[in-house]
Design a protein around this ligand. Sequence first.
Ligand code: PLP
Length: 398
Amino acid sequence: MTTAFLAHIRAELDQTRAAGLFKDERVIVTPQGALVRTSDGREVINLCANNYLGLSSHPRVIEAAHEALRTHGYGMSSVRFICGTQDLHKRLESRIAEFVGCEDAILYAAAFDANGGLFEPLLGEQDAIVSDELNHASIIDGIRLCKAKRFRYKHNDMADLERCLEEAKAAGARFTLVFTDGVFSMDGTIAQLDRIRALADRFGALVGVDECHASGFVGRTGRGTPEHRGVFGKIDIITGTFGKALGGASGGFTAAKREVVELLRQRSRPYLFSNTLMPAIAGASLAVLDLLSESTALRDKLEDNTRYFRQAIQDAGFEIKPGEHAIVPIMVYDAVKAQQLAKRLLELGVYVVGFFYPVVPQGQARIRTQLSAAHDRAQLERAVAAFAQAGRELGLVK
Ligand SMILES: *Cc1c(COP(=O)(O)O)cnc(C)c1O
């Protein structure tokens, strides 16, 4: 490696550090759960995992993964269309499709790939994609790879979405696809899918939703944002992950009409040119869907925990982003204060992370907490008490 190149890389790193944007990774030495132990031996309450339903270490999920490992081996060493398709993959595709209210589904190594490989095979330069400005990075990248005209509407703003639909129509778009996160991860905002569906219908447009922060727990039976907004079965394209609430290992999917999925199998590049999902993940994900179809107990407990925590943290004097999702952003506004608060909370036994610019807008620094069905009430009470203490010490609350 040339010294000039290495010097350039070092300068980039130094700049990142100087800007306060360098991301350090904390090392956990236990399974993911309500409590985790970090490498310095501290046991802490975990309030920053996407482990919404506590399934990351659920005995039934672990057992199903073991079982699939025994019956179907460790890896497939192949993409799907050569020799990487097992009965487990086919069953998971049909089960997840049914779960989210679509005809069929296709698996990917990650939801990032599902979104990355979604747009380019389905839409061309005669078409239009209308996208919420705060959509996930993988959606933005996927849209970049597609030749369709792009229209971006102000976050969650239905009047601006209508403006984009008008503009797409005026531009002569053949097909128009409106695409949004079901739940936006920084604010916990739940997309207004009922209104989006109605607007799209007026313009003859398609609707697609990324359900990564929703599948398994949003909606009365956990079927996601469409269920929550009363449009279950009426969304054209749904992407999602097995790497959050649905077990938390990895893997993604796209669900849609049979023909749409069929074309993605033929043309979607992350599907065609990347290894198949590990059999153990397919087997465990099937167990997750069984578990969630039998009972809503886990999503009900999460809802209960969320309601408790949202109220208790406000009673402790903190301001939160209003809403009902298990993502509870605790507003600090000042980036330095947010980092100090996260650091002090860790000392007090609560693991949280501060988010600040450019992840959230300037002056909107926050601690993003995430509830889990794995938390018990005593743990949440301890977490709130720690927030109150740290908040008082830093002069954030009285
Ligand atoms: C987490 C997330 C992804 C990526 O999911 P992976 O399966 O981890 O790649 C995509 N979209 C949204 C909205 C997410 O929150």
